[in-house]
Design a protein around this ligand. Sequence first.
Ligand code: MEV
Length: 434
Amino acid sequence: MQSPIKGFSKLSREEKVKVLIEQQQLAPQLANSFSEYIHPEKQHLFNDISENVISNYYLPFSLAPNFLINDELFIVPMVIEESSVVAAASKAAGFWSKNGGFQTKVINTIKNGQIFFTWGGETKQLITYKDEIKKRILSASEGITRKMRERGGGIVDIDFLSIDNMTSTHQALIKFKTADSMGANFINTCLETIAPYLIDFINQHDALNHNDEAKLVMSILSNYTPECLVECKVSCPIEQLSPYAGNYSAFEFAQRFKTAVEIAINDPYRAVTHNKGIFNGIDAVVLATGNDFRAIEAGAQAYASRNGKYASLTSIDVSESEFNYTLTVPLALGTVGGLINTHPLAKAAMEILHQPTAEKLMQIVASAGMANNFGAVASLVTTGIQKGHMKLHLSNVLNALEASKSEKEIAIKHFKDSVVSYSLVESFLNNHRG
Ligand code: MEV
């Protein structure tokens, strides 16, 4: 067995690659692939984003035009590896731009932080002193919250909650507003500042003092943000849906669409895939704008289970004449700070969107989620998704098979009206190559 590497982070990029190739017995040419994607002038920016950087991982930065959101037209930047996502988002955005656009509203922007502690008393005793404790923590954090308060944010409230199956462990759930920043650093700094004051308050208060005195366990923001919520609606007279209806009447299409959504509301297996289609759009914009897609995913997936069963994030209302479709999703996003300040393309994405506020970005991101989900469900209940999907995937398959420019042209012509699959493309190329 080889011995572990010592001091890897202190090696130069070239040394790291050398160690990698030697220790893992990889092809020496791999070093060229890593060098090829190093930025000639701005590599320092990317090196500073993470640790042990040896190259850059490219993903396409694309644009989805024609997003009409509350009567304002956006071209939306998307970073994603799945070939059909931007095309589906653009098509749906174009369709809805002629049918009233995306109607969005931010319901609230509350984010949460948690301080966990052990203590022999009962949570309900702490609730009695909630106002006094709130006063104490507001004054303890005054210095670090000043700037945020000037921007309209700060600590909003404090609550005490018990924890299932843990009688002597409690939590203070602290509610924040963080203006245009995602707020992770702000919230964590506040929590770590506040926590000792909270513990002292409990231990020094005669009525709360207990043999089993309060001891801090940990303080951290929560990525569950059910009150940082945005809603996105599309509505139109049913007959307007005919461009999406395929071989069905617009009315039949609307009914089929409704059934598909009801399945996703009631069946968790389908709900996960349905919501995945929403996240095709959401994640792509979140990533393009330098936001934390893991936080968004974790929070929104948990929200999808808020009623005790994982379900669709969308709801539907189809009457005799009207189609109304709604997405409600928590999106704790920021438009200042973090990667947005350092990644040149995250900055460019913000410029494309005209430097939106965090609330505006929540509405844009939700619209992208709605566009992709609408396009996916519309395909599923008409032609199926493989037709469009594999057509767009054709160029990936051709690249994987190292097709030349002329082979690509011939293959694209050949597969224009026929079914695409990896093996069909492979045998077509093999035949062509003789
Ligand atoms: C594929 O990336 C996304 C879909 O599976 C979403 C859905 O099934 O609704 C098409």
